[in-house]
Design a protein around this ligand. Structure first.
Ligand code: ZN
Length: 498
């Protein structure tokens, strides 16, 4: 019933405004729901139209709230214009405030004044960021609020306003500065880490500098497409050049995504995230705050490892030549996070623990689904004895699974295929016991990307959240290896041989 009345009032309102006489200008009004703007070339014209509007609204039982209304008077003299602060509309009920040159009026969420819609929401943005910083939240929750509430809220104002690229750049710098504070990132790093999508290996935070011009472009294109004489008046001076990024015009959000993806994957620390694009579902932990067991500290450390931000010798040598680029343990090996996590003999023991942790996760998942799981069964094959990590069976069906945590420079699918080739003879050896044998490998790289073929094999058994858990757990164990390596002072090659 309420909705019906409201609709009826709005249709009355449309009739009212369309009956206004155009005085001295083609466009006499703009209206969105009950937000109405009247235009007139002369004061008497405005008074005349205001009277008509007020009378007609009274017929529908509606009054104009004088306290919430404002007038803006602009007069032109000898090629100069001035803002006239003298009130134009007044009667027994009161006076409608006239805006001065510095005053603004909020229309559809945007502050508009004599100088146009010049309001930069910088102060509001900083205030909101400060509030998020002070609130007792985990960093992943802060990022979620930033992505899903703060940025979209500002986008509307920015798209309608005339805020320039300098201010947009400044807002982006603010976004990155607060994000760095929340994530305890203390070094200079590529902008792409922040603005690339989570699926490309970034933190999934939109950039005002690129998104606002793109949305303005889309809006203008839409306006120009309307076959309506009044809209044509508004769009007469509208031009629609597509925004340009690095010399290339961009017309879709996909183009912006591609730009930041390429930027990330061409950076020193981001090139190892190339395979993240092949497994979008595993990056849920970055995009959402759904993994409740993940502490703020562990989230921050996982991000640091994923983005190669740990203080390795190679990283520190970029800041000062006093730091060595070579591993202090090995001869002729680079002092990089990749070397320490994947190759260095000092971290051998911790590496085994990471491997076993992922094995345990897969085994537990299979057990929960009713599979009987055997760890490292020794199987006699035509190629000699082979020992895959897991043999999970249920009835006539058996999964032979090997687990691998590979480097970030190799396609995880290639590692998968190598494992399948290696354990092929195991399937032949089990043919008499099981009628349905599946040969698979659970391959994840140290930065959290999972092989496409692994995802396909395990899709019926593991949820997206489950894959995301494996991704972030691998990073957590990567940090454990890093800590162990930094803590141990004695190099034990004997231990490495174990
Ligand atoms: Zn080493």
């Amino acid at each position: 019933m309420q909705e019906f009345n409201c609709d009826q009032q709005l249709s009355e309102l449309t009739q009212v405004v369309t009956s206004l006489a155009p005085i001295g200008a083609n466009l006499t009004f703009m209206a969105y729901a009950d937000d109405i703007i009247l235009f007139s070339k002369t004061e008497s014209g405005l008074k005349h139209n205001f009277k008509i509007l007020e009378d007609q609204l009274a017929l529908c039982g509606l009054n104009i709230n004088y306290r919430k209304s404002a007038t803006l008077g602009i007069t032109s003299k000898r090629k100069k214009w001035v803002c006239n602060p003298k009130p134009i509309l007044k009667n027994d009920q009161g006076t409608i405030t006239a805006l001065t040159i510095n005053d603004t009026y909020k229309y559809l969420g945007v502050k508009i004044g004599a100088l146009g819609a010049i309001h930069t929401p910088k102060e509001d943005y900083i205030k909101a960021m400060e509030n998020i910083t002070k609130a007792p939240l985990k960093p992943q929750q802060r990022l979620k609020i930033l992505r899903e509430h703060l940025i979209p809220k500002l986008l509307h104002q920015l798209v309608i306003s005339t805020v320039g690229s300098g201010s947009l750049k400044h807002l982006d710098a603010l976004t990155r500065s607060y994000t760095k504070k929340w994530l305890k990132i203390k070094i200079n790093c590529s902008k792409a880490i922040f603005h690339a999508t989570a699926d490309d290996g970034g933190l999934n935070i939109q950039s005002f500098l690129y998104l606002v011009p793109l949305l303005r472009y889309g809006r203008n294109c839409k306006l120009l497409g309307y076959d309506d004489p009044l809209t044509h008046i508004v769009t007469e001076n509208v031009t629609t050049p597509a925004p340009v990024i690095a010399g290339t015009p961009v017309t879709t959000k996909g183009d912006v995504r591609e730009h930041f993806g390429k930027l990330l994957h061409s950076s020193v620390d981001g090139k190892g995230l190339l395979y993240h694009t092949t497994c979008p579902k595993v990056h849920q932990w970055v995009r959402t705050a759904h993994h409740k067991w993940l502490t703020g500290r562990d989230f921050i450390r996982a991000v640091h490892l994923r983005h190669n931000l740990l203080p390795s010798g190679m990283m520190l040598s970029r800041l000062s030549s006093a730091h060595s680029k070579s591993c202090p343990v090995c001869v002729n090996a680079p002092y990089t996070v990749a070397h320490i996590l994947q190759q260095c003999p000092r971290s051998h023991g911790a590496r085994i623990k990471r491997h076993n942790a992922i094995c345990k996760y897969v085994a537990e998942t299979m057990t929960k689904l009713g599979f009987k799981v055997e760890w490292e069964p020794m199987l006699r094959t035509t190629e000699g004895p082979l020992k895959p990590d897991l043999l999970a069976s249920i009835g006539e069906c058996a999964y032979i699974i090997d687990i691998a945590i590979c480097s970030d420079g190799i396609d995880p699918d290639k590692v998968y295929l190598d494992k399948i080739t290696k354990y092929g003879p195991v399937a032949d050896a089990l043919v008499d016991t099981y009628s349905d044998i599946k040969l698979s490998a659970f391959v994840v790289n140290w930065r959290g990307a999972i092989a496409k073929r692994t995802l396909k094999d395990f899709e019926p058994l593991v949820t997206s959240k489950g894959f995301s858990t494996v991704s972030v757990r691998t990073l957590q164990y990567g940090n454990y290896i890093w800590d162990m390596w930094n803590r141990s002072t004695v190099v034990s090659f004997a231990e490495a041989e174990m």
